[in-house]
Design a protein around this ligand. Structure first.
Ligand code: HSE
Length: 293
């Protein structure tokens, strides 16, 4: 049996809208086994136990890329990444399916190739890049339509706390609410903040992170779709942390510089929002990994 384990990913990180993503230590896995039947899927809601399943679609895509017939397969999903909350649940499915086929055929596809295939499926690289490589990824599509990605180490003392509301924000709505233009002045603001933020994460400089994480492209608009945004922000800031909207929401991610502050955010959030999922996480440094069991 082949097991693929993939980290949750948190895209945007304030000014890195559609370019940056961070891999965090919340994992989901998919097992791939030989099967008598064409397809067996278990471990996910019944509505996803069919050929449209995203893990299976990615598995097929990789088989096709390799020029191999799609084998009969039993797929067992153990998903700990909440769906439609901005933590890369679709990136998990895509990366697991592609890597599952890569391992199945012992094809040895590089991470670069997997990233190209994953980006074709996902439409953008900001989640799939850190899901494959770990760490903090910065990605863009170049003039030849190839995905370019670089990765920054994140200082190990930084801690991350997910504040996951018990409601979704639809990605379509979160994109529709954005303006269609921005001024030169704001573009300059974004570029400076995004570049400084990457270095600040590497240095673990929370003061610089707090200054550079402020975004003008999406967060001021999308915060209107999260009714508890201001309260969550106050909780994070009162524990010396900073906060951003993870992906297109509804999850908000706190960044702090020590365990104690992270624990305070967990406690305060659980008190105010007992139905939310609050996880105290670290950065993931490996990205997707496979094992043969
Ligand atoms: N970067 C995209 C967005 C999706 O914010 O809309 C992230 O999954």
């Amino acid at each position: 049996m082949i097991r693929i384990k993939v980290p949750a990913t948190s895209a945007n990180i304030g000014p890195g809208f559609d370019c940056m993503g961070l891999a965090v230590s919340l994992y989901s896995s998919v097992d791939f086994e030989k099967s008598e039947q064409k397809l067996v899927i278990q471990g996910c809601p019944e509505e996803f136990q069919n050929e449209q399943n995203l893990v299976y679609q990615a598995f097929i895509k990789c088989c096709n890329y390799l020029g191999q017939d799609v084998p009969n397969v039993k797929i067992t999903i153990e998903n700990n990444i909440p769906v439609a909350r901005g933590l890369g649940s679709s990136a998990f499915c895509i990366v697991a399916g592609l890597e599952g086929a890569n391992q199945w055929f012992k094809a040895g596809l590089s991470k670069e190739v997997l990233l190209d295939l994953a980006t074709e499926m996902e439409g953008h690289p900001d989640n799939v890049s850190p899901a494959i490589y770990g760490k903090l990824g910065v990605s863009f599509i170049d003039e030849d339509k190839n995905v370019q990605t670089v990765h920054f180490d994140v200082d190990q003392k930084l801690q991350f706390v997910t504040l996951i509301p018990d409601y979704e924000v639809s990605t379509d709505k979160a994109r529709a609410i954005l303006p269609t233009q921005m001024s030169y002045r704001e573009a300059i603001y974004q570029v400076g903040h995004a570049v400084a933020l990457s270095k600040a994460m590497e240095l673990g400089d929370l003061k610089l992170i707090s200054a550079s994480i402020i975004d003008k492209m999406h967060e001021p608009y999308r915060s209107q779709l999260i009714p508890d945004y201001d309260t969550a922000k106050k909780i994070c800031e009162s524990a010396n942390g900073t906060m951003y909207i993870s992906g297109s929401g509804s999850t908000m991610m706190a960044i702090v510089a020590n365990e104690e502050d992270a624990k305070q955010i967990v406690t305060e959030t659980q008190k105010d929002f007992p139905n939310w999922n609050v996880y105290h996480l670290n950065v993931d440094t490996q990205g997707a990994i496979s094992e043969v069991i």
